[in-house]
Design a protein around this ligand. Sequence first.
Ligand code: HEM
Length: 544
Amino acid sequence: MLIIRNCMSIINRQRTGVALFANGNAQNRSQSSTNAEVKEQRVTRDDVEWQNARSFDSIPAASGLSLIYNMAFPGGKYKNMDLTQLVLGMRNDYGEFFRMPKIFGSDAMVITYNPKDFEAVYRHEGIWPHRPGSDTLRYHRESYRKDFYKGVEGLIPSQGKSWGEFRSIVNPVLMQPKNVRLYYKKMSQVNCEFVERIKTIRDATNQEVPHNFIEDINRWTLESVSVVALDKQLGLLKESDKSDNVMLLFKSLDEFFTYAGDLEVKPSLWRYVQTPMKKKLMNAYDNIQKVTLEFVNEALVRLEAEENKGIVRAENEKSVLEKLLKIDKKVATIMAMDMLMAGVDTTSSTFAAAMLCIATNPVKQDKLREEVMRVLPNKDSEFTEDSMKNVPYLRACIKESQRMYPLVIGHARTTNRDCVLSGHKVPAGTFVSMMPLSMLSNDEYFPKASEFLPERWLRSDASTSKCPANPLKTTNPFVFLPFGFGPRMCVGKRIVDMELELGIARIIRNFKVEFNHSRENAFRSVLINKPNIPLRFKFTDLDH
Ligand code: HEM
């Protein structure tokens, strides 16, 4: 999710005319200090590739003023475009490789649509890749509520190493067999509640869920990520059981996405004055912080009570939250907040994409159900680690839907070494935005790209040399990176895998799913690609 912010902040600086004129605000300082640090650590290259490359200045440059006009002013050709349209429009106008000039205090930036460049950037990113995060969240933590955060940056606005620490804690916990079983059990409970909710909200005559089904999906994803972030179920999928705090958290997470999307993408004066939307966003951040802190305090009381009763878990059986609490309560709270903020709309959009693809491809759905029936013989069977190792078609369906409806429009890094991109010298410290978007639907990279073909992600049987390579396989792995790449790839991937695989399997085991409405413009790019049509799926109960 963060990645898109980075793409956005590139565009944003060009888009928000006023923002370009200012220098010296907290956000700009953070960004430039990162770039300065990178430049200081720079290892000078003197190899043949570097010597032969053309200069940075010879990279075709977009005119800053025309970009500002086109993005921000009435009549500008990019003015009313969503991000996907903007990115495709700019490629048409400026080509596959160009730079945004160093104007009005912003750093020079390079935008590339060339997959060889993606590979070069990732291959040179080292173990601590740089990528700026959310400006509004950083402002909340570094300025607005600095007394609370006291320098703990968290994951989302991370310039530093929080994500490395998080990954080193979370991934081992989610790999311990005992923990995996426990999380499977908890997530299965959430998924069974989701199935029951679908049965309750669907229309009794046509079996379709209401037009605002995305809200129910959001409830499900928040409930699922809370199992990890807060060691707690919130009760959002049931009619009773919801405390005021839970509803405040749900509402504030929704507001965060709406307002941050608006402020970080569209022209806004928020960096200089207290706009009404900035006030609302700061209020949403305050509420997320307050409720998360209360839930973390609750968890501490729970754990203390357990300890007093003599219940002691071995180190390798401790939950993600317990491990984070061992570092520090504040760190645990901030990391939990970030999991909640990064883990709802992202997973909901990806789930919606998968369901749209599965619902509109009945032959693939039948094939998927056959596989699911083997691991879940009954509607209420339990998932086991072994069963989840045997669902290649389910995984392929999810991957293929991420290709057809990608969550993000691109990826970004501030290079920490000199790179040669599209034959040009790009010095360390340059903000590079990589845009694979149009390639995901291009036959050159994905044979029969317009078709939903999960088979392209299945391994051909390599045990026999007679077996031909999969002809549908992508021709370039750097084009499709739904969770990013390298040390800085999505820290939530393991959690997402569990949520989506278990959730989709349970739904396909319970229902035949159809979608009998138009899918035109099914998604719209705001910070991420979000569903743009009513998700009126038809869920028909399976007989057995
Ligand atoms: C299907 C759902 C999701 C997708 C497709 C997704 C995708 C991404 C991508 C592309 C990135 C940038 C990676 C890079 O630059 O290489 C990212 C970063 C991140 N994601 Fe996710 N994400 C999803 C769900 C989640 C969830 C559930 C969580 C939390 C538990 C999460 C937490 C984060 C965080 C904290 C970062 C920033 C990490 C950093 O700065 O190093 N994401 N995600």
